[in-house]
Ligand binder design. Structure first.
Ligand code: CAA
Length: 285
């Protein structure tokens, strides 16, 4: 199972980060989204991230050009026919992922591996929308992808060891450390992380401390690189809410109930950094 060409489906912050790291590691990459504008936005994000690395002399201008050269735009899934591995990083909605995986199953060669970057949807359920559940796996990258070392590898019920091995090797080739786990709601990472972020939101809701105070306590007291509320904004409050709802449904345990403040913010369209406002303000004055 040699991986040479990779398609990333979804050119948002996660998808573009994955495409960047794959191209930086020498893979041929197709970056797909539903419109030219969305793909271009993803490419602009990659270019900005590479500029940061050039400025810090981590890569040269030529290397930056090489990375961008290895990424081709794709506004349909047709180019998946040329790919050995597809990493889906579309929105966290099962109906959207089901459609994508059905199409990928028809378009890609039988040997191709279909991975999802889902942060909490069951891999086994996604795999059931294909005729090759043994080749479906979770490849959960962390945000921001160029910086974070982990890729959480989630084995569905039918995933074969050969597929897991091929995907772990690819993650390593991308400079990441793969760590395996079973397909349970929230996997390992978000089952732990979301409880902490939600608890910080409850503290804010109850007026236990200011947002800055809560974040400072966790940064200075626990050595976390950023506070839980700033991290919730970085991940996206809509994503945090969606994951908590999956945990609540999956385990039936009230400890995962989302804080009402989180629901209000999402209803208001205050989704965090990506929308310019969340718990904090990100508007440029
Ligand atoms: N592209 C390239 N480089 C980037 C980058 C990007 N998008 N973002 C940050 N960097 C680099 C910076 O250039 C800098 O590099 P140097 O160390 O060489 O100077 C380094 O990362 C640190 O960045 P900054 O100095 O700008 O800021 P910082 O020190 O405050 O770090 C952070 C920012 C890396 C985001 C750090 O605060 C952090 O690690 N936060 C926690 C992030 C985290 O927990 N992520 C997981 C979220 S959960 C998830 O993703 C899964 C899910 O399913 C929800």
């Amino acid at each position: 199972m040699e991986i040479k060409t990779i398609m990333v489906v979804g050119a948002g912050q996660m998808g573009s980060g994955i495409a960047q790291m794959a191209a930086k590691s020498g893979y041929s990459v197709y970056l797909n989204d539903i419109s030219r504008e969305l793909v271009d936005k993803g490419l602009a994000g990659i270019s900005a991230s590479l500029d940061r690395m050039v400025k810090k002399e981590k890569i040269s201008k030529d290397e930056k050009a090489g990375v961008l050269d290895r990424i081709q735009s794709a506004v349909t899934l047709d180019s998946a026919a040329q790919c050995d591995l597809i990493v889906e990083a579309a929105v966290e909605k099962m109906e959207v992922k089901a459609e994508i995986f059905k199409k990928l199953d028809q378009t890609t060669p039988a040997k191709a591996i279909l991975a999802s970057n889902t942060s909490s949807l069951p891999i086994t359920a996604i795999a059931a929308h294909t005729g090759r559940p043994e080749k479906v796996i979770g490849m959960h990258f962390m945000n921001p992808v160029p910086v974070m070392n982990l890729v959480e590898i989630i084995n569905g019920l039918a995933t074969t060891p050969e597929v897991t091995e091929a995907v772990c090797k690819t993650a390593e080739a991308m400079g990441k450390t793969p760590v395996e786990c079973r397909d349970v709601p929230g996997f390992v990472s978000n089952r732990v992380l979301m409880v902490m972020l939600n608890e910080a939101l409850w503290e804010l809701y109850e007026g236990v401390a200011t947002a800055e105070g809560i974040d400072q306590i966790m940064k200075l007291g626990m050595n976390h690189p950023m506070g839980p509320l700033a991290l919730a904004d970085l991940i996206g409050l809509d994503t945090v809410l969606a994951i908590l709802q999956i945990l609540q449904e999956g385990y039936g345990d009230p400890k995962y109930r989302p804080c009402p403040l989180l629901k209000s913010y999402v209803n208001a369209g205050w989704l965090g950094k990506k929308s310019g406002k969340g718990i904090y303000n990100y508007y440029r004055s």
